[in-house]
Write a protein that binds this ligand. Structure first.
Ligand code: GDP
Ligand code: MG
Length: 655
């Protein structure tokens, strides 16, 4: 079934499986209503029977005239058990707001309405019960009252149906109204990950441990492995029941009972989740939008300790207000919740906050990043990110989470959890980001993705690191790949992969040069500054003046007794650059002197056909100390070759 409004291209589907929950003040007839509708007395505890009051959640199935079966959750109305009510309301799509005609709107009518609103419930039927106790005139008054009360809420336009559980009056109309309203429930975005917040745990003779809950998303099949979150414990599904019937699979929106293999009942409690193995990561920080209810009555101060309810869990948490020091009642703000125990959540999950004492509902909101780091308060960058996560489109949300993931990138699965964008839509979005160069694919196997701005910053950091290194060590040609990697804090595995990728990209852009294991900036020349520069000039002068009879290396070192290290480095730099030519352990010559000698020596060889130590001595006027190494040098550099005890021109021979 598709519905399309004129000019609207987005399709929405009606939900397949629906859970209806009750809401309303204690003693207003919720349990009696469900019993009349389904035949099930949901007050099954001994204490509930004795006190005539609902404490725990009750469960039933409602067969509608058209054949559809609704899951039903009956919640307690008493002030003391609102905690259980919130857990029950977490999985419902449709609320039966029960108001007794003789009493009208009462405190928990209001509180439950707030909770349903905060949890994002969009549809409901208002049931005026106990009509047998009032006359027609009174009923009209109450109906008017209730309408006024609902004004501006999600139930504003909902049907109001008067009934009596005692006489059965109004139940035919109620049933058809529920059926019609159930048909209007729209399907939310299912992110596809299997999630079942546990609302009950019990042992069944012959079966062992059974947990129940409403499947938030995804599906589960008999035999599959599941994880108990946040324990991280893995187990297998032994059997599944939906509406009291054994089934092979259960889907999103179904009230489900799951028999777990070999799991001790004592390890599981309400509030835990069954999830796909490794699919969700528990965290003790949640970024969220927060609305402080007008009924809260007083301001919410930064760091207030509250009771956080999400899914079926209740966890103590501190509210860190990021954009202010206190929030007025009726106000909206950005907050990070710091939890006393870890919780696996998904972006888009809603929550309710109750004050520590007295215990009343004071606010709630939407989780916009379930795995954030600690933030600086009042930081413009942080607040900008919150705004995008809270109000932006899918592309903006994905960009923020990618940026938050940093240089390690993030897998597609985790991106689904942290943005709440369903897999197929996210894949399409990512492909677009790749071609627009706003994201970089690191690994196709695990679909690891990296934010392009973060990647560019990282490349700039590499260049900066190299620049700094060249400045600190002007005499070194570069630094080793490994040293650079550790300095930048890139670990093994993913870190190594991204580091290698960045080096390759920088090399392609011509910004750096990698020679074997050495990395340097493309523009880097060994440059000498200050004292090193003048030392170099002195050395240069010594060799120019020394011409073909320069001092030995040892003699020069003796001349600069407290500059040994610098002189040794300078010899390296100057020979590396070619200004000095090293012809033996102890002898260097200036490049220009050797070039001049080479010309004269060649002319001699051309003229005379050969050369001997004697004719070389005549040419240069040098002593044996220089003659032998120099003649050998010219052999080595292939100007000459030995022929017996004399040299001939090799260049000519080779022509
Ligand atoms: P809950 O706390 O909202 O679940 O209320 P219950 O369903 O337990 O009902 C509270 C009391 O009201 C019980 O004694 C019921 O028998 C009684 N009650 C419930 N519905 C009706 C009704 O339609 N008419 C009359 N006269 N009594 C009702
Ligand atoms: Mg009840």
């Amino acid at each position: 079934m598709l519905l399309r409004k004129a000019g609207e291209s987005v399709n929405f589907r009606f939900m397949k499986h629906i859970v209806m929950g009750t809401a309303g003040h204690v003693d207003h007839g919720k349990t009696a209503l469900i019993k009349r509708l389904t035949g099930v007395d949901t007050d099954r505890l001994k204490e509930e029977k004795e006190r005539g009051i609902t404490i725990e959640l009750g469960f039933a199935s409602l067969s509608l005239p058209g054949g559809k079966i609704l899951g039903v959750v009956d919640v307690p109305g008493h002030e003391r058990f609102v905690k259980n009510m919130v857990a029950g309301a977490a999985g419902i799509d449709l609320v039966a707001m029960v108001i007794a005609a003789d009493e009208g709107v009462m405190p928990q009518t209001r509180e439950h309405l707030h909770i349903c609103t905060l949890l994002g419930i969009r549809k409901g039927v208002v049931v005026l019960t106990k009509t047998d106790l009032v006359d027609g005139e009174w009923l009209d008054l109450v109906r008017e009252d209730v309408r006024a009360f609902l004004k501006g809420t999600f139930l504003e336009a909902s049907p109001i149906v008067p009934v009596s559980a005692l006489t059965g009056a109004g139940f035919a109309e109620l049933l058809s109204t529920i059926e019609r309203t159930a048909g209007e429930v729209e399907e939310g975005a299912d992110i596809g990950l299997f999630r079942l917040p546990v609302d009950r745990v019990f042992t069944m003779k012959g079966f062992g441990t059974v947990v129940t809950g409403t499947l938030t998303s995804g599906k589960v099949a008999t035999g599959e492995e599941v994880e108990i979150s946040p324990l991280g414990l893995r187990t297998r599904v032994r059997g599944i029941q939906v509406h009291n019937r054994t089934v092979e699979t259960a889907e999103a929106g179904q009230r489900t009972a799951i028999n777990l293999q070999g799991t001790d009942r004592a390890v599981i409690e309400r509030g835990y989740l069954l999830v796909g193995p490794g699919a969700l990561t528990p965290s003790q920080r949640l970024d969220c939008t927060y609305r402080h209810l007008t009924v809260a009555g007083r301001k919410l101060k930064n760091r207030t300790l509250v009771r956080l309810h999400t899914g079926t869990s209740e966890i103590m948490a501190r509210v860190i207000l990021l954009d202010r020091d206190e929030l007025e009642s009726g106000g909206d703000g950005f907050a990070q919740l710091v939890l006393e125990a870890p919780l696996a959540a998904v972006a888009g999950d809603r929550f309710v906050v109750r004050s520590y004492s007295p215990v009343t509902t004071i606010g709630g909101g939407v989780i916009i990043d379930p795995l954030p780091t600690k933030h600086k308060r009042s930081s413009a960058v942080v607040l900008r990110e919150f705004k995008l996560l809270a109000e932006g489109g899918d592309a903006e949300k994905a960009a923020v989470i990618l940026e938050r993931a940093g240089i390690g990138g993030i897998t597609e699965n985790l991106l689904i959890v942290r943005t709440g964008i369903p897999g197929r839509e996210l894949r399409r979005l990512l492909e677009g980001m790749f071609s627009a160069k706003r994201a970089v694919l690191v690994d196709r196997d695990e679909m690891r993705v990296l934010s392009a701005p973060v990647y560019e910053d990282f490349q700039a950091a590499i260049a900066r690191e190299l620049q700094g290194y060249h400045e600190r060590y002007p005499l070194k040609g570069g630094l080793s790949r490994e040293e650079l990697r550790t300095t930048l804090g890139m670990g093994d595995g993913v870190g190594q992969k991204i580091f290698t990728m960045a080096l390759r990209d920088l090399e392609k852009k011509g910004e750096l040069i990698a020679e074997k294991e050495m990395i340097r900036l493309a523009g880097h020349r060994v440059r000498l500054q200050g004292e090193m520069g003048s030392l170099r000039e002195s050395l240069s002068a010594i060799y120019r003046e020394g011409a073909l009879a320069p001092p030995t290396v040892r003699e020069i070192l003796e001349r600069f007794p407290d500059r040994q290290k610098e002189i040794t480095s300078l010899f390296q730099v100057m020979t590396h650059e070619g200004e000095l030519i090293r012809i033996s352990e102890d002898l260097n010559f200036h490049r220009d002197s050797l070039a001049k000698l080479r010309d004269e020596y060649r002319q001699l060889l051309v003229r005379e056909g050969e050369a001997t130590p004697a004719s070389f001595k005549e040419l240069t006027g040098l002593s044996r100390k220089f003659i032998i190494p120099l003649m050998e040098y010219f052999d080595m550099t292939k100007l000459t070759m030995r022929a017996g005890d004399h040299r001939i021109l090799r260049e000519r021979q080779e022509k």
